[in-house]
Design a protein around this ligand. Sequence first.
Ligand code: UDP
Ligand code: MG
Length: 318
Amino acid sequence: MPGQSLCVIVPVLNEERMIDPLMAALVPVLEGLDLDWTVLFVDDGSTDGTLAQIRAAAARESRVRAISFSRNFGKEQAMAAGLRFAKGDAVILMDGDLQHPPAAIGEFVARWRQGAKIVFGQRGNWQAETGMRRRASDAFHATFGVLAGGRLPRGIVDFVLLDRTAVAAMNQLDERTRFTKGLFAWIGFNAAVVPFDAPARLHGVTKFNFRKLLRFALDGIAAFSTLPLRVWTVVGGLISLGALLYALYFFLKTLFVSSSVPGFPSIIVSIMFFSGVQLLSLGVIGEYIGRIFDEVKHRPLYIVAEEIGAPTANAADG
Ligand code: UDP
Ligand code: MG
């Protein structure tokens, strides 16, 4: 449909060998869609030749734009920046390593034209990932579902199409602890799901090690649930009740049977156990306070060092 425009946002960190293969796969798909398109790379502080590759791509193709961060701010921030800079009646977010196949975009656009405001890519077969990572992901989704009330459809990844109205909604959210997948679900709108098979990475390695994934999972839970905070009220209540009953037991035992002095191990064990419970609950509170601190500082989500390609490229090409 001429007049409609689509912007494909691609966050990239050190993907110098992926820019050309990605463009080679993406452009034919976009050309076949019967709409005006742009590609917006968000360079998340790459330290290799990624930016040079993007510049070269933008020099060859005027519909390629980019913003480059002053340092690595993280993929969630890169996606937030992409959503703010993108023009178009619809935008697509996709990874730059071809694990989100461009071939699926046609189906995304079809669903959008049928009226969906958000189209989620759902990873069907993902044998490319290690069993450990799949299990960790499943465990996280189950935990998130319990804590945050099951708002996240299973297998949803950051391969998603948003209508302009949904982009505008996303752009109103300026929280710093960003769990973008959760935010997509949070804004609502009628959504469609397109399953796809995720192949293995063509070049390079994943940018998410276990530590980063754990932090991301904690961010997601802290941003969408206060249950970890509130549960200590119940735990504390139960422990106090237990202590009261135990005291009553000793009282009656001393009164009617005998008083027994030995009990050193049980004292040590209970002191250690309850110190542990207290530190654990303090730690949980700390996780939230740290994030509150991040929010109140109100620093910008990212710093843009450079923009590549005319900001009006979309209109000029349209
Ligand atoms: N990425 C990014 N900033 C980061 C980490 C990753 O922009 O701090 C990009 C990365 O270049 C890729 C996408 O996010 O385009 C997904 O990353 P990756 O493939 O490493 O994650 P995985 O597929 O292993 O979950
Ligand atoms: Mg990947």
